[in-house]
Ligand binder design. Structure first.
Ligand code: SAM
Length: 270
């Protein structure tokens, strides 16, 4: 069956053997692992994952590709080593399919939903993966690890639950059809919810970073004033200055200059 790649579903199929190898290596895959693959496509990565793990769940939204996968992996499906789920990964419920099962996400994901995938599996679901190794747009990978030393809402949102690591660049010529931009592999390790003892701690942290980054041209101190005014916590109006002095933060600092650990300290003092 021939298949015409669908741009709307972010279909760029990976051709690099090295990238496939590195994705498995970065995930320290072994025979005990259960893997969730998002967007298996025609199965290039699925084949490697099946070789190195105990079981693979693969969620694919394109019915035509599901048909191709079912044909290609007939044996593995019959042996229950592979389960193909047709549907949208953003609707997938790990709490049902992978209840009490420890799993890793390894995937070349559709780039238009990168942020939603990361948010869903790091913060929204109860049964989180132990790690995620993802092939994403190179700029996004660089932003997640703050390669230029500048933090962002994205980098801080990942670090709140895990440790991201940049693995390697994958040139756009290694995809078919060739996309406009290069890609990169990142691994997101040590996923946990440990940092936030209470739901309210988690909410405060995210409210803080969203407010801190709200106006690009404003310094952090000015942005943070809004968090207090909007919530009518006026008695605490001097608190920001107090916190900045205590944590030795320059009043002219911008949100992007503040490292993750400092953000956590700020949230503890709020
Ligand atoms: N894994 C394959 C590879 O490496 O060659 C294909 C990767 S391609 C970048 C992304 C895949 O995700 C496509 O197969 C596409 O149909 C699928 N996809 C797109 N949106 C999806 C969604 N919301 N849920 C599940 N799969 C999706």
């Amino acid at each position: 069956m021939t298949h015409q790649a669908k741009k709307s579903m972010g279909q760029n199929f990976l051709k690099s053997k090295e990238a496939l190898f590195k994705m498995c290596e970065a995930s320290s895959l072994c025979g005990k692992d259960v893997v969730l693959e998002i967007g298996p496509g025609k199965g290039a990565l699925t084949e490697k994952l099946l070789e190195k793990s105990k079981k693979v769940f693969a969620i694919e939204m394109d019915r035509d590709l599901v048909t191709i996968l079912e044909e290609r992996f007939k044996e593995e499906i019959k042996n229950k080593k592979l389960k193909i789920v047709e549907g949208d990964c953003l609707e997938f419920k790990p709490d049902i399919y992978l209840k009490n099962i420890s799993y890793k996400i390894i995937a070349n994901i559709p780039y238009n939903i990168t942020g939603s995938i990361i948010r869903k599996f790091l913060s929204d679901v109860k049964n989180k993966p132990t790690l995620m190794t993802l092939l994403v747009q190179k700029e996004v990978a660089e932003r997640i690890v703050a390669r230029d030393g500048k933090e962002s809402i994205l980098s801080l949102s990942v670090k709140a639950y895990a440790t991201p690591k940049y693995i390697m660049k994958v040139h756009k010529r290694f995809f078919s059809p060739e996309p406009k931009v290069d890609s990169a592999i990142i691994s997101i390790n040590n996923i946990s919810n440990e940092l936030f003892k209470e739901k309210s701690d988690e909410e405060l942290f995210f409210r803080l970073i969203k407010t801190g980054f709200a106006h690009k041209r404003k310094v952090l101190r000015k942005n943070l004033e809004d968090i207090q005014i909007k919530e009518v916590r006026l008695p605490y109006i001097n608190k920001i200055d107090e916190i900045f002095a205590k944590l030795n933060i320059n009043p002219k600092a911008r949100a992007e200059d503040i490292k993750f650990e400092k953000w956590i300290q700020i949230s503890h003092l709020f």
